[in-house]
Design a protein around this ligand. Structure first.
Ligand code: AMP
Length: 210
């Protein structure tokens, strides 16, 4: 199963993607997570990506495609993958089509998590990450346990001004992918991303007939 999760930053792709990946026994390929790891480790990739990320801009495609190629070539991805945060524009979507074709694989579907912008801004301002594990919490809706709460941090790109910019980037560059995929014969499932986490997961699974 190769599945794309689409939705604005903060729509829940990370949380839903992890749960789905576990259920379906395939890895989640989250380009944002890979890039943050590279920034943390201070690699060449991280050094080149950091400025774009902190500003809420997309990282250039050429830095992203190799990551995806590598992740898909991994043994763990033989049965498929859940794509979270990739593709992010039409160019990346075309590249993904090519990469999958080379591997003689194909996409099975697209899930769009629908969440309005004002809800996104509220969610993101309360979002905190455990820098050790990458686990994501929300100060109100999903607070970290006491022992973790002392070291959770706000991602630099989760500050309100940057979130608003990321939403603009999403509407300009990423949301056109919904139409891109609707014009193919791939099933595109819309799920209300404002529902509780378990209900969103259940709706995604039922849309996939699981
Ligand atoms: P995310 O965790 O998916 O919200 O990604 C965080 C940041 O990483 C984005 O704002 C971009 O700067 C960068 N990023 C993640 N995935 C991609 C991608 N597929 N293409 C370009 N930039 C990306």
């Amino acid at each position: 199963m190769h599945l794309i999760l689409l939705g604005a930053p903060g729509a829940g792709k990370g949380t839903q993607g992890s749960q789905l990946a576990e259920r379906l026994g395939v890895p989640k390929i989250a380009t944002g997570d890979i890039l943050r790891g590279a920034v943390r480790e201070g690699t060449e990739l991280g050094r080149r990506a950091k400025g774009y990320m902190d500003a809420g801009e997309l990282v250039p495609d050429e830095l992203i495609l190799d990551l995806v190629r590598e992740a898909l070539a991994d043994d763990s991805a033989r049965q498929g993958a859940i794509f979270d945060g990739f593709p992010r524009n039409v160019g990346q979507a075309r590249s993904l089509d090519r990469i999958l074709l080379e591997l003689r694989r194909r996409l099975d579907g697209v899930v769009v998590l629908d969440v309005d912008d004002d809800v996104i801004v509220e969610r993101m301002s309360g979002r905190r990450t455990d820098p050790e594990t990458g686990h994501v919490y929300h100060l109100v809706h999903n607070p970290p346990p006491e022992e973790v709460a002392v070291w959770v941090v706000q991602r630099p790109d989760d500050r309100e001004e940057t979130v608003r910019h990321r939403l603009t980037v999403y509407h300009d560059q990423t949301s056109p992918l919904i139409e891109y995929y609707e014009q193919t014969d791939l099933p595109v499932h819309h799920v209300d991303g404002t529902l509780p986490i378990e209900q969103v997961q259940a709706k995604i699974l039922s849309s996939l007939n699981r």
